[in-house]
Design a protein around this ligand. Structure first.
Ligand code: HEM
Ligand code: HEM
Ligand SMILES: [Fe+2]
Length: 477
């Protein structure tokens, strides 16, 4: 019988990882469905009016996005921890309990969003309904629950890292996860001053996606390259340290690009412009890093003509390579486009922002986390070499192609807004509407919807593939 990861050392940790991945995949599907509702509402404004309003569909779309990624990120750590430390994760029983606390909290929060869509906003609504903070709307009671879950997770990571072998990957993760969890606290207090409120809110959003999450992805890429193509640990870990230093450097002050127009002092223009413009550099380094390791595997043979290194998990590796491209394009290129204050003055808050938001979140995070789900499927089923199935290929093309298509459509819509609403009509009330009633804008919204349907269809292939690829007979075991 094939050996699998659910019997050896670390089997408990890996089982918990698969739970995390499963709920993440379900939430990913939900995210896309609510995104589709919001996209239909752009084209047909009356769609589901007073049943599921745009504001609520949009809120669930982007909060589900953040939450599924956090679930998958916790899952990936629980997956790689036994491999990197050589021991079972410590505190795994508590970890499993906290998992259910987390799931229950999220389900209740979403149900409340759906059932209480309109009403007065006061102190109680912050505690029980939502906080009105884009991306991290969880009401305060759930905030505290999330903090407890995150502390439990970080404690398990630390205890295991201290006791077992401590690789560079684990050390980076330990430091990074403390920062990741700690930053959540900055989005938990409320002030009456909107500028102060936004100031701290950006600490969560920007310092997550442009600092702590990027470092996390570096660690994950290092682990993935070692497990999938046998990359040399020394090489990937050296790159990892360089990227960590660069990311923290540029990411922290790069936050200035969100302080341009929210009432903070003007010196943020210069700081934001300089450091955010540097942000793509570590992303380029990561990109080169992955391609370099990948290139080294091509055609290498030993004396007998045997291939030296094989890619032992084709679908996962495909998603990891997409991550290198996607991170570079979505965060690096699409981010750089509008990061200088001179440009941002015109593009701020147009569909341009949305184009960047979609490609960056997808390219930098969705891709590599989907790749990790494939690594888990391989491990659970004890498969030595996992090849792509027809569904793997359809899923990859339709999801990646669909998101790229949406990004192009949104970029065109953004240009219309920049030219008509901002440049031509001078950001007036009339200009705002003129920008959105032109033919180009309307067609772009149609295309976004079409490409959204393509993306969702790709997701269905992905779900089928993840559920069935471990059982298909074409895999060498
Ligand atoms: C993976 C990393 C990144 C992710 C996930 C990401 C995601 C996002 C999202 C979702 C927003 C919209 C926030 C809102 O609702 O207001 C945003 C805004 C922005 N991002 Fe990024 N971003 C990333 C990296 C970058 C980088 C590297 C740059 C610069 C080189 C950048 C530049 C900007 C700018 C200038 C804005 C403000 C847009 C506006 O004025 O409306 N981003 N980002
Ligand atoms: C079925 C596919 C999808 C559709 C139809 C869709 C649709 C939408 C719509 C209509 C909005 C609201 C835009 C607005 O307020 O003007 C939105 C926002 C957003 N979506 Fe999606 N989406 C999809 C998939 C995704 C994916 C795969 C990601 C990332 C992994 C994503 C990330 C975001 C983000 C970050 C925002 C906020 C953007 C901002 O305010 O700047 N979406 N999406
Ligand atoms: Fe940012």
């Amino acid at each position: 019988m094939a050996s699998n990861h659910l019997t050896g050392i670390g089997s408990e940790s890996k089982q918990l990882a698969t739970w995390y991945f499963t709920f993440a995949a379900i939430l990913f599907g939900a995210q896309l469905l609510f995104g589709l509702v919001a996209a239909i509402q752009y084209v047909m404004p009356g769609f589901l009016f007073e049943i599921l309003d745009f504001s609520v569909a949009r809120m669930i779309h982007i909060n589900a996005l953040v939450v599924w990624m956090v679930f998958a990120m916790f899952g990936a750590v629980y997956w790689l921890l036994p491999d990197e430390t050589g021991i079972e994760t410590i505190g795994i029983k508590v970890g499993k309990l906290l998992y259910w606390v987390f799931v229950a909290a999220i389900v209740v929060v979403v149900l409340v969003y759906i059932f209480v869509q309109v009403g007065p906003a006061d102190e109680t609504s912050i505690w029980f309904i939502h906080e009105g903070r884009e991306y991290i709307e969880a009401p305060r009671w759930a905030d505290f629950g999330i903090v407890v879950v995150a502390l439990g997770f970080v404690a398990n990571l630390f205890m295991t890292g201290m006791k077992g072998k401590r690789s560079g990957i684990v050390t980076v993760l330990m430091a990074d996860m403390i920062a990741f969890a700690g930053l959540y606290l900055t989005g938990m207090f409320f002030t009456d001053n909107i500028t102060v409120d936004q100031y701290w809110w950006w600490w969560v959003i920007h310092l997550w996606v442009e600092a702590t999450w990027e470092v996390y992805v570096g660690a994950l890429a290092a682990y993935g390259l070692i497990t999938m193509i046998g990359a040399h640990r020394k090489v990937v870990e050296m790159w990892l340290w360089i990227e960590v230093a660069m990311l923290f450097g540029s990411g922290i002050l790069g936050m200035g690009h969100h302080y341009f127009w929210i009432g903070t002092p003007e010196y943020w223009w210069e700081i934001g412009a300089l450091f955010s413009a540097l942000e793509p550099l570590p992303l380029v380094a990561m990109f080169i890093h992955v391609l370099y390791d990948w290139g080294k595997t091509q055609g290498a043979q030993d004396a007998t003509g045997q291939k030296l290194s094989v890619i032992n998990n084709k679908p996962a590796f495909t998603w990891f390579v997409l991550n290198a491209f996607g991170n570079f394009l979505g965060a690096g290129i699409w981010g750089f486009f509008h990061t200088l204050p001179q440009v941002n003055l015109y593009t701020h808050g147009t569909q341009f922002t949305s184009a960047h938001g979609h490609l960056a979140f997808f390219g930098a995070y969705a891709t590599i986390l989907i790749g990790m789900m494939y690594i888990a499927v391989q491990g659970v089923n004890g498969i030595k070499v996992m090849k792509s199935t027809r569904s793997s290929v359809w899923a990859t093309w339709m999801i990646a192609g669909g998101v790229m298509g949406m990004t192009v459509a949104l970029t065109i819509a953004g240009y219309v807004q920049v030219l008509v609403s901002r440049a031509q009509m001078g950001a007036t009330w009339a200009g705002y509407f003129d920008g959105q009633s032109g033919l180009w804008f309307a067609q772009a919204m149609d295309w976004r919807l079409i490409m959204g349907v393509v993306t969702f269809t790709g997701f269905l292939f992905l779900a089928k593939d993840l559920l069935s690829i471990g059982k298909s007979p074409i895999h060498e075991r």
